[in-house]
Design a protein. Structure first.
Length: 326
């Protein structure tokens, strides 16, 4: 239970009471972590006790009131039971099972702080609060085997990726070969006003791309780290052994010593591993998040729609650049 000072109740009355209100929040397995983090932040300001009941379901939006009533177990009756906003229907069975009134919270967890502040701050149906959608992520769209494409086709592919929402166009090079035309390709895309990166492990290609205006090189490890020293652009650094974080800390230390901008790529796959890190936290990767390193999450081509509520990803072979907690 999270215990803080103050008082409150349902959406319009959660603030302002002298007695500290006890709210029981009901959720599923996937949303538990985010809900707890949100409540830890807002409960001291709103002023209420709370408990979180995690029911045996992954996606909270699929819950129904009768199902919740059959599975809800509370140690003590709260003042209110707060259900996810998508849990539609007669809430009477939940109220009866909990021994307290059941109310619907917002449909989107990110709207919970506004919902707790009362009607004046509630978000109208279909609307979003100021700043909604702001993020610190950048999407890099890779063009695989870019060296095989004629110039016009390469430019067309880059334009499509930009139209689909990519921030940076990544030119994928072919392992074992040196693409001497890489510099010219970078200059062509830069001339179109595009931001460009190069995906290569060949020091020669790294140099060609950086001199032509690429802003990021993917990737360097302990074996190729020296090449990053004089590139004059940022690099992505990966572990020496992909199945672990071996060598990563040492490489980061060197890059910081040389004042080379960097992102780290812990090499996560498949996408379930990525989502496990983002949503639940991955024990193996906890040292990465605690170091506050800027990170890259890279995944192979996605299916056209990734089935998370409210999330649609185009098959861009995206790379996400961010910072833990950012």
């Amino acid at each position: 239970m999270g215990e803080v000072t103050g008082g409150g109740t349902g959406a319009s009355e959660l603030l302002g009471r002298e007695r500290k209100e006890h709210l029981a929040f009901v959720t599923g397995k996937l949303a538990e972590f985010s809900l707890r983090k949100t409540l830890e932040d807002i409960a001291p300001r709103a002023g209420f006790h709370y408990t979180v009941s995690v029911l045996p379901i992954s996606v909270a939006a699929l819950m129904t009131p009768p199902w919740v009533a059959a599975h809800l177990r509370l140690d003590a009756a709260p003042d209110r039971v707060v259900l996810p906003g998508h849990c539609r229907g007669d809430l009477g069975p939940v109220s009866a099972a909990a021994g307290a009134p059941a109310v619907l919270g917002p449909k989107d967890l990110r709207d919970l702080p506004a919902w707790l502040s009362g009607p004046a701050a509630e978000v109208p149906e279909g609307a979003r609060p100021p700043g909604y959608g702001a993020h610190s992520l950048e999407i890099i769209a890779e063009i695989n085997h870019a060296n095989r494409l004629p110039g016009e086709d390469l430019l067309a592919a880059a334009r499509r990726h930009r139209a689909d929402g990519a921030d940076v166009i990544d030119l994928g090079c072919e392992p074992g070969l040196v693409w001497e035309g890489l510099g010219e390709a970078v200059r062509t895309l830069r001339g179109e006003g595009l931001r460009v990166s190069a995906d290569t492990v060949e020091p020669r290609e790294m140099t060609l791309a950086a001199r032509a205006g690429a802003e990021l090189i993917l990737s360097v490890s302990g074996a190729t780290l020296a090449a990053a020293r004089d590139l004059g652009c940022a690099v992505v650094v990966v572990p020496d052994r992909p199945s672990s974080l071996e060598g990563l800390a040492g490489s980061v230390e060197k890059l910081e010593e040389w004042r080379v901008p960097y992102r780290i790529d812990p090499i996560l796959e498949p996408i379930g591993k990525v989502l496990g890190f983002l949503i639940l936290g991955d024990p193996m990767l906890r040292p990465v998040s605690e170091m506050d390193w800027p990170i890259v999450l890279k995944d192979p081509p996605l299916v056209p729609i990734t089935t998370l509520p409210g999330l649609q990803l185009r098959p861009l072979s995206p790379t996400l650049l961010s910072r833990p907690g950012g």
